[in-house]
Ligand binder design. Sequence first.
Ligand SMILES: Nc1ncnc2c1ncn2[C@@H]1O[C@H](COP(=O)(O)OP(=O)(O)OP(=O)(O)O)[C@@H](O)[C@H]1O
Ligand SMILES: [Mg+2]
Length: 314
Amino acid sequence: MIVEVASLHKTYQTKTGAVAAVAGIDLEVPAGEIFGLLGPNGAGKTTTISICTTRALPTSGSVRIAGVDVVREPARARVHMGVVPQYNTLDRSLTVFENVYFHCRYFGMNGAAARARSEALLQQFHLQERGKALPTQLSGGMQQRVQIARAIAHHPEVLFLDEPSAGLDPQSRIAMWEAVTSLRKEGITVVLTTHYMEEADALCDRVAVVDQGRVLALDTPAALKQQHGVYTVLELKLRDQVSAPALLREIAALSGVARAELTGEGIRVFADQLDGLLPLVVAAARAAGLRDLRVQEPSLETVFLQLTGRELRD
Ligand SMILES: Nc1ncnc2c1ncn2[C@@H]1O[C@H](COP(=O)(O)OP(=O)(O)OP(=O)(O)O)[C@@H](O)[C@H]1O
Ligand SMILES: [Mg+2]
């Protein structure tokens, strides 16, 4: 296992009390895998990555990267890892080329080796024309690719990517996915965090669904959907919550409905058999004052709903 996380806990002391950002996480990632931590804001993704990458200390538990304990031997552990943090950390006063080049020098390459490696990386990530530009002159997607190029410049076995596509437009996101997938050919293991279920689905071999500092489920995207997300979710918003409990009882009794629950704005229906169900649901809900109806096909989003009763986004 290239990444081993065991009984990891991190508690922050704040003015208003203790916050358990990580509340007992166990993970094992084998070499060559693209592994995703999928969870909503505040789930503990960045905290977990920060501990793995020696930027934060755990309250208890351990992390080993390529067999090296990150608390006992942080400097030795860092040789094995590349990191792209959640926020852009390119040096804005250096060119794109220099950002990569000085990283190589920092990790001990001589001038010629660092130059050759930097040129090869800019080529690999389709940035060869932009070497002399400053980071701020590049699009967000290009800057993200420079960050990845820099992070793997010293040939680490594992790359940590915290929210790699946050804020990217769809086209840049696809380019970023291609960049990440290309790392697989080099045998680089990738651990990424995301709160986009499409991204976890498209990119990851296995996904840990995290919420409130814990892993709720861990498997391949396909298996997660099969085990937890076989339901189509109907999200019904009502004009008036008063009618929701009666509507809930009525809809829960319909054939094809696995279960239903109250939300703040109406009810949520988990359906395992959609045939003929929608007209019945709509008729009942209209009588109860239907304001809005949304249908979500089975996906990692509905897996998350099923596991937590909450939406992944907002
Ligand atoms: N330095 C800190 N001091 C106090 N609390 C913190 C600190 N860092 C994180 N937290 C809290 O720990 C919890 C987990 O935060 P974390 O940043 O790890 O979540 P995340 O999953 O990365 O979320 P996001 O999607 O917003 O990036 C949150 O409740 C957050 O407020
Ligand atoms: Mg985060």
